[in-house]
Ligand binder design. Structure first.
Ligand code: NAP
Length: 282
């Protein structure tokens, strides 16, 4: 049986540490989340983020807008939040309605308040090997999880399945910067199995039943980012956990692996931005 990369346990440890640090603050960091429309998954994510922030004492405000909101209205609000010194971190919950250009919206966030690390400045820093103000939450969470279990990526062949802007692409840059050899796969990749079998560390971020036991090596570390509901309404990941966990060296479960680490990273990022902004003022 594989070593389980336990994201819940690490979340509890890291958030407890963060809470004791925050207990000593006289002014609390503030995170503002912009939520557009009625997407139930987005509402759930935002609710979880808000609950976690509240437990830590981080001030969390959610600004909700109907689907009909215009790009101009959102841009005006972001500009306002950028210049509001009481706001340390801004998050725009994705996806946005089709009539809104998500790049325009994200690009408007000040890089020093960009808690997701998605602005061109932060992603550009990441690609060029410079340190961004913060690292994108899910890739950062994956690094924290691997680090907790003493799994180094240096010199390893890391295969990432999925090339999204929020997981696959930033993760590949972070892996490269940490001296891993990286292969990125996607829906056009031929012979996926032949590639995943060469992975020392396999990260799957797809959102469907994909990774079977014949696709991984026995000594591999498997990180499952995917989350979806199966036909019985059960939350599961991309990896056939029951069979793959019997043979690999280490594996992250779903739920309880990368998910809790993403939210933990969001809290850590909020506090990092707060500290950076306050240091700047001194
Ligand atoms: P996404 O934008 O949904 O994209 C999915 C990626 O998977 C795309 O790059 C797609 O390729 C690739 N793909 C689809 N079918 C494939 C196949 N048969 N073989 C190989 N690659 C395939 O990605 P995302 O937003 O990163 O989300 C991915 C999953 O992770 C979702 O289940 C999401 O809910 C979950 N997620 C979890 C967390 C967490 O905290 N645990 C955070 C973020 C996302 P193309 O580019 O060619 O279309």
């Amino acid at each position: 049986m594989a070593l389980i990369l336990d994201g819940k346990k690490l979340r509890d440890e890291l958030l407890e540490k963060l809470k004791s640090e925050l207990d000593g603050y006289s002014i609390m960091p503030k995170l503002v989340v912009i939520l557009v429309g009625d997407n139930p998954a987005s509402k759930l994510y935002v609710n979880n983020k808000q609950k976690t922030a509240e437990k830590l004492g981080i001030i969390s405000e959610v600004l909700t807008y109907p689907d009909s909101v215009t790009e101009e209205e959102l841009l005006l609000k972001i500009n306002e939040l950028n210049s509001d010194i009481s706001v340390n971190a801004i998050l725009v919950q994705l996806p946005l309605p089709k009539h809104i250009n998500k790049y325009k919206i994200i690009n408007a966030i000040s890089p020093i308040k960009d808690v997701d690390g998605f602005t061109p400045e932060n992603l550009g820093k990441l690609l060029s090997g410079e340190i961004p103000y913060v690292y994108p939450c899910t890739p950062k969470g994956i690094f924290l999880l691997l680090d907790k279990y003493g799994i180094s990526v240096e010199g390893k062949h890391v295969v990432i399945v999925g090339r999204s802007n929020i997981v696959g692409k930033p993760l590949s840059a972070m892996m490269l910067n940490s001296n891993a050899t990286v292969t990125i796969c996607h829906s056009h990749t031929k012979n996926l199995k032949e590639i995943t079998k060469t992975a020392d560390i396999l990260v799957s971020a797809v959102g469907r039943d994909l990774i079977k036991d014949d696709m991984v090596r026995n000594d591999a570390v498997v990180v499952d980012v995917g989350i979806f509901k199966d036909e019985f309404g059960k939350t599961r990941g991309d990896v056939d956990f029951a069979n793959v966990s019997k043979q690999v060296e280490a594996i992250s479960p779903v739920p309880g692996g990368v998910g809790p680490m993403t939210i933990t990273s969001l809290m850590l990022n909020t506090v990092e931005l707060y500290k950076f902004q306050n240091l700047k003022k001194l």
